[in-house]
Design a binder for this molecule. Structure first.
Ligand code: NDP
Length: 237
């Protein structure tokens, strides 16, 4: 029987890149998958046709819209919070509204989405947030807001793991290093800078990250909670 047959999975931010690979992985393993998107309607529709997943237009910057979406898709066996944005540049010059929006998408919405999912989640459910190795290590200037937003997920996972542990619900952060996506193409301009920090000098593949997400969502990871699962080619080593 496929590993996630009969399981209900919601991926926040699933239209493209890593999120789409996670949608494909769970759909291929038999889950009933829903995902959200904001800007990429055509990609979302194509992915829904390809995988049989259900696409929902829901902006992760809108806390209440996400809470309502999570509630309407529940009860969920697995919630994956993937939507995330980065803004590069001099913090002295950056638009405060743009930075605040980043923090809403990357940090505030994940917290409320996780809490909402836990209301109806059956015992043994899984909450998985895509953080970043930049939550541990920030070797470049111009990305403080991103690092802040991803470090905060660590405290969230530790705390919610305590809150939901008695029900066997696990809460974990997956922390990728550079991975080949629309946001960070393997042949992009920062390739050499990023690879210089890595023990294994290549971008990760989205399938490698989705594999770790699937393992965390599966039965072998029932005792893994409140943890940061770093998958970064040694970027943070
Ligand atoms: P991309 O920018 O390539 O894709 C982002 C995905 O998130 C898209 O599906 C996008 O959907 C969705 N998304 C973005 N903003 C919103 C929003 N406001 N509401 C709903 N969905 C949204 O990013 P990656 O795939 O590279 O990154 C995925 C996650 O992995 C992020 O959390 C990122 O921080 C993290 N990460 C990425 C790394 C990398 O090197 N690529 C490294 C470490 C962590 P749409 O286009 O429809 O808005």
């Amino acid at each position: 029987m496929p590993a996630f047959q009969g399981k209900s999975v919601l991926v926040l931010g699933g239209s493209r890149s890593l999120g789409a690979t996670i949608v494909r992985r769970f759909a291929a393993e038999g889950a009933t998958v829903a995902f959200t998107y904001a800007a990429s309607g055509a990609a979302a529709e194509a992915l829904a046709r390809e995988t049989g997943a259900t696409a929902h237009l829901t902006d992760s910057a809108d806390r209440d819209a996400v809470i309502a979406r999570v509630a309407s898709c529940g009860p969920l066996d697995v919630l994956v919070i993937n939507s995330g944005v980065a803004i590069f540049g001099d913090p002295l010059e950056q638009d405060p509204d743009a930075i605040e929006r980043l923090i809403r998408i990357n940090t505030i919405t994940p917290y409320f989405a996780a809490v909402e999912a836990a209301r109806k989640m059956p015992d043994g459910g899984r909450i998985i947030v895509i953080g970043s190795v930049n939550g541990d290590r920030m070797p470049l200037s111009g990305m403080a807001s991103y690092a802040l937003s991803k470090s905060a997920l660590q405290g969230m996972a530790r705390g919610l793991a305590r809150d939901f542990g008695p029900r066997g619900i696990t809460v974990n952060v997956v922390q990728p290093g550079p991975i080949d996506t629309d946001a960070n193409p393997a042949e992009g301009p920062l390739k050499d800078v990023m690879h210089a920090f890595m023990a294994i000098k290549r971008h990760g593949r989205t399938e490698e990250i989705a594999g770790l997400v699937a393992w965390l969502a599966g039965p072998e990871a029932g005792l893994v909670t409140g943890s940061m699962q770093t998958i970064d080619g040694g970027f943070g080593a």
